[in-house]
Design a protein around this ligand. Structure first.
Ligand code: PMP
Length: 437
Protein backbone atom coordinates (compact mmCIF):
# COMPACT_ATOMS: atom_id res chain seq x y z
CA UNK A 1 0.00 0.00 0.00
CA UNK A 2 1.09 3.57 -0.63
CA UNK A 3 2.52 5.29 2.43
CA UNK A 4 -0.15 7.30 4.18
CA UNK A 5 2.15 9.88 5.72
CA UNK A 6 5.74 10.99 5.74
CA UNK A 7 6.63 9.09 8.85
CA UNK A 8 5.60 5.85 7.26
CA UNK A 9 7.51 6.71 4.10
CA UNK A 10 10.59 7.37 6.19
CA UNK A 11 10.15 4.23 8.18
CA UNK A 12 9.50 1.73 5.41
CA UNK A 13 13.10 0.98 4.48
CA UNK A 14 13.95 0.30 8.10
CA UNK A 15 11.19 -2.19 8.58
CA UNK A 16 12.23 -3.80 5.36
CA UNK A 17 12.18 -7.29 6.76
CA UNK A 18 9.06 -7.78 4.75
CA UNK A 19 7.81 -10.77 6.62
CA UNK A 20 6.70 -8.44 9.40
CA UNK A 21 4.40 -5.49 9.19
CA UNK A 22 5.79 -3.29 11.86
CA UNK A 23 4.58 -0.32 13.81
CA UNK A 24 7.45 2.16 14.09
CA UNK A 25 9.38 1.79 17.31
CA UNK A 26 9.71 5.41 18.34
CA UNK A 27 11.97 6.60 21.13
CA UNK A 28 11.22 9.77 23.02
CA UNK A 29 13.97 9.98 25.60
CA UNK A 30 16.86 8.20 27.26
CA UNK A 31 18.79 8.16 30.52
CA UNK A 32 21.76 5.97 31.54
CA UNK A 33 20.87 2.34 30.68
CA UNK A 34 17.34 2.98 29.41
CA UNK A 35 15.36 4.43 26.56
CA UNK A 36 11.81 5.71 27.00
CA UNK A 37 9.38 5.19 24.13
CA UNK A 38 6.84 7.70 22.84
CA UNK A 39 4.17 5.64 24.58
CA UNK A 40 6.01 5.95 27.87
CA UNK A 41 7.63 2.51 28.23
CA UNK A 42 11.15 1.99 29.65
CA UNK A 43 13.45 -0.06 27.43
CA UNK A 44 16.70 -1.57 28.72
CA UNK A 45 19.42 -0.75 26.19
CA UNK A 46 21.45 -3.91 25.55
CA UNK A 47 23.10 -2.47 22.43
CA UNK A 48 24.49 0.94 23.49
CA UNK A 49 22.20 2.51 20.93
CA UNK A 50 24.10 1.41 17.85
CA UNK A 51 27.35 0.34 19.57
CA UNK A 52 28.05 3.97 20.40
CA UNK A 53 26.58 5.08 23.73
CA UNK A 54 29.44 3.54 25.72
CA UNK A 55 28.98 5.71 28.83
CA UNK A 56 25.18 5.43 28.94
CA UNK A 57 22.57 7.90 27.78
CA UNK A 58 22.27 11.64 28.30
CA UNK A 59 25.17 11.89 30.72
CA UNK A 60 24.92 15.37 32.30
CA UNK A 61 28.60 16.24 31.88
CA UNK A 62 28.45 15.56 28.14
CA UNK A 63 25.11 17.34 27.73
CA UNK A 64 26.43 20.41 29.52
CA UNK A 65 29.61 20.50 27.42
CA UNK A 66 27.55 20.36 24.23
CA UNK A 67 25.22 23.11 25.44
CA UNK A 68 28.08 25.37 26.53
CA UNK A 69 30.00 24.92 23.29
CA UNK A 70 26.92 25.58 21.16
CA UNK A 71 26.45 28.87 22.99
CA UNK A 72 30.10 29.89 22.73
CA UNK A 73 31.47 28.93 19.29
CA UNK A 74 29.03 27.05 17.08
CA UNK A 75 31.28 26.57 14.07
CA UNK A 76 34.81 27.36 12.96
CA UNK A 77 35.63 26.91 9.28
CA UNK A 78 38.25 24.23 8.76
CA UNK A 79 41.35 24.69 6.56
CA UNK A 80 42.04 28.42 6.80
CA UNK A 81 40.81 28.76 10.39
CA UNK A 82 40.69 26.68 13.49
CA UNK A 83 39.96 26.66 17.18
CA UNK A 84 41.75 25.09 20.14
CA UNK A 85 39.55 22.10 20.88
CA UNK A 86 40.62 19.73 18.05
CA UNK A 87 44.24 20.18 19.19
CA UNK A 88 43.36 19.37 22.76
CA UNK A 89 41.23 16.42 21.68
CA UNK A 90 43.87 15.08 19.29
CA UNK A 91 46.49 15.17 22.06
CA UNK A 92 44.25 13.33 24.46
CA UNK A 93 43.30 10.73 21.88
CA UNK A 94 46.92 10.23 20.84
CA UNK A 95 47.86 9.69 24.49
CA UNK A 96 45.21 6.95 24.73
CA UNK A 97 46.05 5.31 21.42
CA UNK A 98 48.39 2.36 20.84
CA UNK A 99 52.03 3.46 20.78
CA UNK A 100 53.01 5.21 17.59
CA UNK A 101 49.51 6.19 16.46
CA UNK A 102 50.06 9.75 17.53
CA UNK A 103 48.31 11.74 14.79
CA UNK A 104 44.57 12.14 14.44
CA UNK A 105 42.39 13.22 11.51
CA UNK A 106 38.82 14.19 12.41
CA UNK A 107 35.81 13.15 10.35
CA UNK A 108 32.08 12.86 11.03
CA UNK A 109 31.30 9.16 10.93
CA UNK A 110 32.71 5.68 10.70
CA UNK A 111 32.13 5.59 6.96
CA UNK A 112 34.12 8.78 6.48
CA UNK A 113 36.82 7.41 8.76
CA UNK A 114 37.17 4.37 6.51
CA UNK A 115 37.30 6.38 3.28
CA UNK A 116 39.88 8.65 4.90
CA UNK A 117 41.99 5.71 6.04
CA UNK A 118 42.01 4.22 2.54
CA UNK A 119 43.07 7.57 1.07
CA UNK A 120 45.81 7.96 3.68
CA UNK A 121 47.18 4.54 2.72
CA UNK A 122 47.27 5.45 -0.98
CA UNK A 123 48.88 8.84 -0.33
CA UNK A 124 51.51 7.25 1.91
CA UNK A 125 52.65 4.82 -0.75
CA UNK A 126 52.61 7.49 -3.42
CA UNK A 127 54.74 9.81 -1.29
CA UNK A 128 57.27 6.98 -1.05
CA UNK A 129 57.36 6.53 -4.79
CA UNK A 130 55.20 3.40 -4.64
CA UNK A 131 52.12 4.79 -6.32
CA UNK A 132 51.52 1.48 -8.06
CA UNK A 133 50.26 0.16 -4.73
CA UNK A 134 46.56 0.87 -5.23
CA UNK A 135 44.92 -2.44 -4.35
CA UNK A 136 43.06 -3.05 -1.09
CA UNK A 137 42.29 -6.24 0.74
CA UNK A 138 39.18 -6.50 2.90
CA UNK A 139 37.42 -9.57 4.20
CA UNK A 140 34.29 -11.45 3.35
CA UNK A 141 31.75 -10.49 5.98
CA UNK A 142 33.72 -7.40 6.94
CA UNK A 143 31.71 -4.23 7.52
CA UNK A 144 33.21 -0.81 6.96
CA UNK A 145 30.25 1.51 6.57
CA UNK A 146 28.42 2.72 3.52
CA UNK A 147 30.83 5.15 1.85
CA UNK A 148 31.96 4.03 -1.57
CA UNK A 149 35.32 2.92 -0.22
CA UNK A 150 33.79 1.17 2.76
CA UNK A 151 31.23 -0.66 0.68
CA UNK A 152 33.96 -1.76 -1.73
CA UNK A 153 36.34 -3.14 0.89
CA UNK A 154 33.40 -4.37 2.96
CA UNK A 155 32.54 -8.00 2.54
CA UNK A 156 28.76 -7.91 2.61
CA UNK A 157 27.93 -8.83 -0.94
CA UNK A 158 24.34 -7.59 -0.70
CA UNK A 159 25.60 -4.12 0.20
CA UNK A 160 27.90 -4.05 -2.82
CA UNK A 161 26.22 -5.63 -5.76
CA UNK A 162 23.80 -2.78 -6.50
CA UNK A 163 26.73 -0.46 -7.09
CA UNK A 164 28.57 -2.39 -9.74
CA UNK A 165 32.16 -3.45 -9.25
CA UNK A 166 32.98 -0.77 -6.64
CA UNK A 167 36.54 0.49 -6.26
CA UNK A 168 38.94 -1.17 -8.65
CA UNK A 169 41.54 -3.54 -7.28
CA UNK A 170 39.74 -4.78 -4.18
CA UNK A 171 39.89 -8.38 -2.97
CA UNK A 172 38.37 -10.00 0.07
CA UNK A 173 40.00 -12.57 2.30
CA UNK A 174 37.78 -15.58 2.14
CA UNK A 175 37.70 -16.75 5.66
CA UNK A 176 35.79 -14.43 7.95
CA UNK A 177 32.88 -16.83 8.28
CA UNK A 178 35.28 -19.47 9.55
CA UNK A 179 36.76 -17.28 12.25
CA UNK A 180 34.57 -18.58 15.02
CA UNK A 181 31.58 -20.54 13.91
CA UNK A 182 29.67 -22.85 16.27
CA UNK A 183 32.45 -22.43 18.74
CA UNK A 184 30.65 -21.13 21.85
CA UNK A 185 33.73 -19.01 22.33
CA UNK A 186 34.61 -16.88 25.33
CA UNK A 187 37.34 -14.46 24.29
CA UNK A 188 39.41 -15.68 21.36
CA UNK A 189 38.83 -19.01 19.64
CA UNK A 190 41.80 -21.37 19.50
CA UNK A 191 41.42 -22.55 15.96
CA UNK A 192 42.23 -21.09 12.64
CA UNK A 193 45.14 -18.66 13.01
CA UNK A 194 46.39 -19.98 9.69
CA UNK A 195 43.30 -18.45 8.08
CA UNK A 196 45.38 -15.28 7.84
CA UNK A 197 47.55 -17.06 5.31
CA UNK A 198 44.84 -16.39 2.74
CA UNK A 199 46.52 -13.00 2.46
CA UNK A 200 49.56 -14.73 0.97
CA UNK A 201 47.29 -16.09 -1.76
CA UNK A 202 46.39 -12.53 -2.79
CA UNK A 203 49.99 -11.37 -2.54
CA UNK A 204 51.05 -14.20 -4.83
CA UNK A 205 48.17 -13.48 -7.20
CA UNK A 206 48.69 -9.75 -7.65
CA UNK A 207 52.24 -9.11 -6.44
CA UNK A 208 52.86 -7.41 -3.10
CA UNK A 209 54.04 -4.27 -4.87
CA UNK A 210 50.47 -3.60 -6.07
CA UNK A 211 48.75 -3.82 -2.68
CA UNK A 212 48.33 -0.72 -0.54
CA UNK A 213 46.64 -2.00 2.58
CA UNK A 214 44.62 -4.64 4.36
CA UNK A 215 41.59 -3.49 6.33
CA UNK A 216 39.90 -5.58 9.02
CA UNK A 217 37.76 -5.11 12.09
CA UNK A 218 39.76 -6.67 14.93
CA UNK A 219 36.48 -8.22 16.08
CA UNK A 220 33.92 -8.17 13.27
CA UNK A 221 30.89 -6.52 14.84
CA UNK A 222 28.01 -5.66 12.53
CA UNK A 223 28.18 -9.01 10.80
CA UNK A 224 27.67 -10.96 13.97
CA UNK A 225 30.46 -10.66 16.56
CA UNK A 226 33.39 -12.70 15.25
CA UNK A 227 36.42 -12.56 17.56
CA UNK A 228 39.64 -13.45 15.74
CA UNK A 229 41.36 -16.75 16.51
CA UNK A 230 44.50 -16.48 18.64
CA UNK A 231 47.45 -15.54 16.50
CA UNK A 232 45.32 -14.47 13.53
CA UNK A 233 45.90 -10.71 13.74
CA UNK A 234 49.56 -11.28 14.59
CA UNK A 235 49.89 -13.29 11.42
CA UNK A 236 48.16 -10.63 9.31
CA UNK A 237 50.55 -8.08 10.83
CA UNK A 238 53.57 -10.22 9.98
CA UNK A 239 52.47 -10.76 6.38
CA UNK A 240 51.83 -7.02 5.95
CA UNK A 241 55.27 -6.23 7.37
CA UNK A 242 56.96 -8.78 5.14
CA UNK A 243 55.45 -7.24 2.00
CA UNK A 244 55.23 -3.54 2.87
CA UNK A 245 51.43 -3.47 3.12
CA UNK A 246 49.74 -1.16 5.60
CA UNK A 247 47.42 -2.75 8.14
CA UNK A 248 44.25 -0.80 8.93
CA UNK A 249 42.13 -1.70 11.94
CA UNK A 250 38.56 -0.51 11.73
CA UNK A 251 37.83 0.10 15.42
CA UNK A 252 34.56 1.96 14.91
CA UNK A 253 32.84 -0.60 17.17
CA UNK A 254 35.74 -1.97 19.20
CA UNK A 255 37.19 1.43 20.12
CA UNK A 256 36.57 3.27 23.40
CA UNK A 257 36.33 0.48 25.88
CA UNK A 258 33.99 -2.13 24.51
CA UNK A 259 36.61 -4.88 24.84
CA UNK A 260 37.80 -3.70 28.25
CA UNK A 261 40.67 -1.67 26.82
CA UNK A 262 40.79 1.69 25.07
CA UNK A 263 41.15 -0.05 21.71
CA UNK A 264 41.07 -3.65 20.48
CA UNK A 265 44.69 -3.18 19.40
CA UNK A 266 45.64 -2.95 23.11
CA UNK A 267 43.62 -5.94 24.16
CA UNK A 268 44.72 -8.10 21.25
CA UNK A 269 48.35 -6.99 21.28
CA UNK A 270 48.62 -6.05 17.61
CA UNK A 271 49.17 -2.47 16.48
CA UNK A 272 47.89 -1.37 13.07
CA UNK A 273 49.41 1.37 10.92
CA UNK A 274 46.12 3.23 10.63
CA UNK A 275 43.10 2.96 12.93
CA UNK A 276 39.56 4.19 12.28
CA UNK A 277 37.23 5.11 15.13
CA UNK A 278 33.88 6.91 15.51
CA UNK A 279 30.73 6.10 17.52
CA UNK A 280 32.03 6.00 21.13
CA UNK A 281 34.34 8.99 20.67
CA UNK A 282 31.39 11.28 21.46
CA UNK A 283 29.30 8.66 23.28
CA UNK A 284 26.92 8.65 20.32
CA UNK A 285 25.93 12.29 20.78
CA UNK A 286 27.37 14.58 18.10
CA UNK A 287 28.56 12.75 14.96
CA UNK A 288 32.34 12.42 14.88
CA UNK A 289 35.04 10.03 13.80
CA UNK A 290 38.79 10.03 14.37
CA UNK A 291 41.39 8.34 12.19
CA UNK A 292 44.72 7.56 13.84
CA UNK A 293 48.05 7.18 12.07
CA UNK A 294 51.74 7.33 12.88
CA UNK A 295 53.50 10.60 12.16
CA UNK A 296 55.34 9.37 9.05
CA UNK A 297 52.14 8.08 7.50
CA UNK A 298 50.20 11.18 8.48
CA UNK A 299 52.85 13.55 7.19
CA UNK A 300 52.90 11.74 3.87
CA UNK A 301 49.16 12.22 3.65
CA UNK A 302 49.25 15.91 4.48
CA UNK A 303 52.44 16.85 2.68
CA UNK A 304 53.46 14.02 0.41
CA UNK A 305 52.40 15.44 -2.93
CA UNK A 306 53.64 18.86 -3.96
CA UNK A 307 50.99 21.01 -2.36
CA UNK A 308 47.43 21.30 -1.11
CA UNK A 309 46.15 21.79 -4.61
CA UNK A 310 47.34 18.37 -5.61
CA UNK A 311 46.13 16.69 -2.42
CA UNK A 312 43.06 17.93 -0.70
CA UNK A 313 41.14 16.05 1.95
CA UNK A 314 38.88 17.21 4.76
CA UNK A 315 35.27 17.82 5.57
CA UNK A 316 33.38 21.02 6.34
CA UNK A 317 32.68 19.60 9.78
CA UNK A 318 36.09 18.05 10.51
CA UNK A 319 36.92 18.94 14.11
CA UNK A 320 33.54 20.59 14.66
CA UNK A 321 33.57 22.58 17.91
CA UNK A 322 30.47 20.94 19.37
CA UNK A 323 31.67 17.45 18.44
CA UNK A 324 35.06 18.20 20.00
CA UNK A 325 33.41 19.48 23.17
CA UNK A 326 31.25 16.36 23.31
CA UNK A 327 34.30 14.13 22.77
CA UNK A 328 36.40 15.86 25.43
CA UNK A 329 33.59 15.50 27.97
CA UNK A 330 33.08 11.89 26.90
CA UNK A 331 36.77 11.11 27.49
CA UNK A 332 36.44 12.74 30.93
CA UNK A 333 33.54 10.48 31.79
CA UNK A 334 35.37 7.37 30.55
CA UNK A 335 38.40 8.30 32.63
CA UNK A 336 36.73 9.61 35.79
CA UNK A 337 34.47 6.57 36.01
CA UNK A 338 37.14 4.09 34.89
CA UNK A 339 34.69 2.67 32.37
CA UNK A 340 37.20 0.73 30.26
CA UNK A 341 38.51 -1.00 33.39
CA UNK A 342 34.94 -1.56 34.47
CA UNK A 343 34.20 -3.32 31.17
CA UNK A 344 37.23 -5.56 31.75
CA UNK A 345 36.13 -6.33 35.32
CA UNK A 346 32.62 -7.27 34.17
CA UNK A 347 33.72 -9.51 31.30
CA UNK A 348 33.49 -12.76 33.27
CA UNK A 349 30.06 -11.92 34.64
CA UNK A 350 28.89 -11.00 31.13
CA UNK A 351 30.30 -14.15 29.56
CA UNK A 352 28.80 -16.36 32.32
CA UNK A 353 25.37 -14.79 31.89
CA UNK A 354 25.26 -14.95 28.09
CA UNK A 355 26.86 -18.40 27.77
CA UNK A 356 24.20 -19.56 30.23
CA UNK A 357 21.79 -19.31 27.28
CA UNK A 358 23.43 -22.33 25.62
CA UNK A 359 20.88 -25.10 25.21
CA UNK A 360 17.90 -22.76 24.87
CA UNK A 361 15.72 -23.17 21.76
CA UNK A 362 17.30 -22.24 18.40
CA UNK A 363 20.71 -21.27 19.82
CA UNK A 364 23.52 -22.72 17.67
CA UNK A 365 26.41 -20.53 18.78
CA UNK A 366 27.35 -17.95 21.39
CA UNK A 367 30.43 -15.74 21.18
CA UNK A 368 31.51 -13.22 23.79
CA UNK A 369 34.47 -10.94 24.19
CA UNK A 370 34.73 -7.86 26.38
CA UNK A 371 31.18 -6.56 26.88
CA UNK A 372 30.09 -7.82 23.47
CA UNK A 373 28.06 -10.91 22.62
CA UNK A 374 26.68 -12.60 19.54
CA UNK A 375 23.97 -15.23 19.95
CA UNK A 376 23.47 -17.09 16.70
CA UNK A 377 20.15 -18.75 15.95
CA UNK A 378 19.30 -21.64 13.68
CA UNK A 379 17.75 -20.03 10.58
CA UNK A 380 14.03 -20.62 10.20
CA UNK A 381 13.23 -23.07 7.40
CA UNK A 382 12.82 -21.01 4.21
CA UNK A 383 12.88 -17.69 6.07
CA UNK A 384 16.45 -16.71 6.87
CA UNK A 385 16.77 -13.86 9.40
CA UNK A 386 13.10 -14.15 10.44
CA UNK A 387 13.81 -15.78 13.78
CA UNK A 388 16.35 -13.19 14.91
CA UNK A 389 14.12 -10.37 13.74
CA UNK A 390 11.25 -11.85 15.69
CA UNK A 391 13.41 -11.96 18.80
CA UNK A 392 14.28 -8.29 18.39
CA UNK A 393 10.59 -7.40 18.12
CA UNK A 394 9.61 -9.57 21.08
CA UNK A 395 12.43 -8.22 23.22
CA UNK A 396 11.33 -4.68 22.45
CA UNK A 397 7.73 -5.50 23.39
CA UNK A 398 9.11 -7.02 26.58
CA UNK A 399 11.23 -3.93 27.37
CA UNK A 400 14.72 -4.54 25.97
CA UNK A 401 16.55 -3.25 22.90
CA UNK A 402 18.53 -5.86 20.95
CA UNK A 403 20.24 -5.60 17.61
CA UNK A 404 20.04 -8.33 15.02
CA UNK A 405 22.17 -9.01 12.00
CA UNK A 406 21.25 -11.97 9.83
CA UNK A 407 20.37 -14.75 12.26
CA UNK A 408 22.57 -13.35 14.98
CA UNK A 409 21.49 -11.35 18.00
CA UNK A 410 24.21 -8.84 18.83
CA UNK A 411 24.48 -7.25 22.25
CA UNK A 412 26.85 -4.78 23.81
CA UNK A 413 25.42 -2.75 26.70
CA UNK A 414 26.78 0.60 27.83
CA UNK A 415 29.87 0.08 30.01
CA UNK A 416 27.96 1.44 33.04
CA UNK A 417 25.81 -1.72 33.07
CA UNK A 418 25.41 -3.18 36.57
CA UNK A 419 25.83 -6.86 37.41
CA UNK A 420 22.10 -7.07 38.07
CA UNK A 421 21.40 -5.56 34.65
CA UNK A 422 23.71 -8.09 33.00
CA UNK A 423 21.64 -10.85 34.58
CA UNK A 424 18.48 -9.04 33.52
CA UNK A 425 19.65 -8.93 29.90
CA UNK A 426 20.29 -12.68 29.92
CA UNK A 427 16.97 -13.43 31.64
CA UNK A 428 15.01 -11.30 29.21
CA UNK A 429 16.73 -12.89 26.24
CA UNK A 430 16.03 -16.36 27.63
CA UNK A 431 12.33 -15.47 27.82
CA UNK A 432 12.41 -14.22 24.25
CA UNK A 433 14.15 -17.34 22.94
CA UNK A 434 11.51 -19.55 24.54
CA UNK A 435 8.71 -17.45 23.05
CA UNK A 436 9.74 -17.20 19.37
CA UNK A 437 8.73 -19.71 16.67
N1 PMP B 1 33.09 0.53 10.38
C1 PMP B 1 32.58 -0.32 11.27
C2 PMP B 1 33.44 -1.41 11.81
C3 PMP B 1 31.27 -0.16 11.73
O1 PMP B 1 30.77 -1.01 12.61
C4 PMP B 1 30.50 0.92 11.24
C5 PMP B 1 29.08 1.17 11.70
N2 PMP B 1 28.44 0.15 12.32
C6 PMP B 1 31.08 1.77 10.30
C7 PMP B 1 32.38 1.56 9.90
C8 PMP B 1 30.31 2.91 9.71
O2 PMP B 1 30.08 3.88 10.65
P1 PMP B 1 28.98 5.03 10.36
O3 PMP B 1 27.66 4.33 10.37
O4 PMP B 1 29.19 5.98 11.49
O5 PMP B 1 29.29 5.63 9.04
Amino acid sequence: PAPTNNLEAFWMPFTANRQFKQAPRLLAGARDMHYVTTDGREILDATSGLWCVNAGHCRPKIVEAIQAQAAELDFAPTFQFGHPKPFELASRLAAMAPTGLDHVFFVNSGSEAVDTALKIALAYHRARGEGQRFRFVGRERGYHGVGFGGVSVGGMVANRKTFGPGLPGVDHLRHTHDLSRNSFTRGLPEHGAELADDLERLVALHGAETIAAVIVEPVAGSTGVLPPPKGYLERLRAICDRHGLLLIFDEVITGYGRLGSAFAADRLGVTPDIMTTAKGVTNGTIPMGAVFASSDIYEAFMQGPENMIELFHGYTYSGHPIACAAALATLDVYQEEGLFERAAALETRWADAIHGLKGLPHVIDIRTIGLVAGVELEPMEGKPTARAFQSMVKAYEDGMMLRVTGDIIAMSPPLIVSEAQIDEIAERLARVLKAID
